[in-house]
Design a protein around this ligand. Structure first.
Ligand SMILES: [Zn+2]
Length: 248
């Protein structure tokens, strides 16, 4: 293990000791692969299986929407890469619900899921799709008019494509501002997923959901994150992802 990674694990463990909770939380990934991967953010299926085993051993329930304050986990995937479809049998065999945040411009592109593949996964009732914007642009860099377009266009296009209501959004690269939050609420989003670590029921802003990145977490890191270890990095992530003001 590299020095940087050992250090990160040490901090995660300190955070886990400090928080040491069984709070329900949202975990996020980008893709899963068993053969070739479509992105370097992808998780090998063997590692993903270890995460699922760990959740079972620790008595966590994987749910499609968290309700309980403790012991529940929601699994989310960003961007819409194809590996999820290629490995979806694992989800079916183990009845694992998953939420996928789609970038509408990426659907059907090379390395990304097609409408047919998404439809097939939707039919299992294990998959839910929500918005990740139209073009994966950092929303906090956009002027109001372009921001409103990203929020409304992705919502409407997904609703037309899949015939369901889209009420949740995940901010591209986790980036948001006060204007992004306000306009997303106005566009009708009832949940906005961030990349800030924290328990599901805790709010930094109204309707803003915390998430923990676990795509490359080994068993010790995963265990520490599940206990709230990554919350030690909250201010660092906040600085990277949140700006109060964005262009008007
Ligand atoms: Zn993304």
């Amino acid at each position: 293990m590299s020095l940087k990674r050992s250090l990160k694990l040490a901090f995660l463990k300190v955070g886990a000791l400090y928080h040491n909770s069984r709070d329900s939380r949202v975990l996020y990934y980008h893709d899963i692969h068993s053969a070739a991967s479509f992105t370097d953010m992808s998780t090998p299926i063997e590692l993903f299986e270890k995460h699922i085993d760990a959740l079972r051993e620790k008595g966590y329930k994987v749910v499609d929407e968290i309700k309980s304050e403790k012991g529940e986990v929601e699994l989310t995937f960003d961007d819409g890469f194809r590996g999820l479809y290629e490995n979806f049998d694992f989800f079916i065999e183990n009845s694992i619900p998953v939420k996928l945040f789609l970038v509408t411009d990426f659907i059907g592109k090379d390395g990304y899921l097609s409408k047919i593949e998404i439809d097939e996964m939707l039919r299992t009732k294990l998959l839910k799709v929500e918005s990740h914007g139209t073009s994966h642009t950092n929303l906090d860099t956009l002027k109001k008019r372009d921001l409103v377009f990203e929020l409304q266009d992705s919502k409407k296009r997904l609703e037309d494509l899949f015939g369901m209501e889209i009420e949740e959004i995940c901010f591209p690269r986790g980036r948001f501002s006060e204007m992004v939050l306000a306009e997303a609420r106005k566009a009708g989003y009832i949940k906005m997923y961030s990349s800030l670590p924290g328990p599901y029921h805790k709010r930094f802003r109204e309707r803003l959901i915390f998430r923990s990145l676990v795509q490359h977490a080994d068993e010790s890191e995963f265990d520490a994150i599940l206990r709230g270890g990554d919350q030690i990095y909250f201010s660092r992530y906040l600085k990277m992802h949140y700006t109060e003001e964005s262009p008007v």
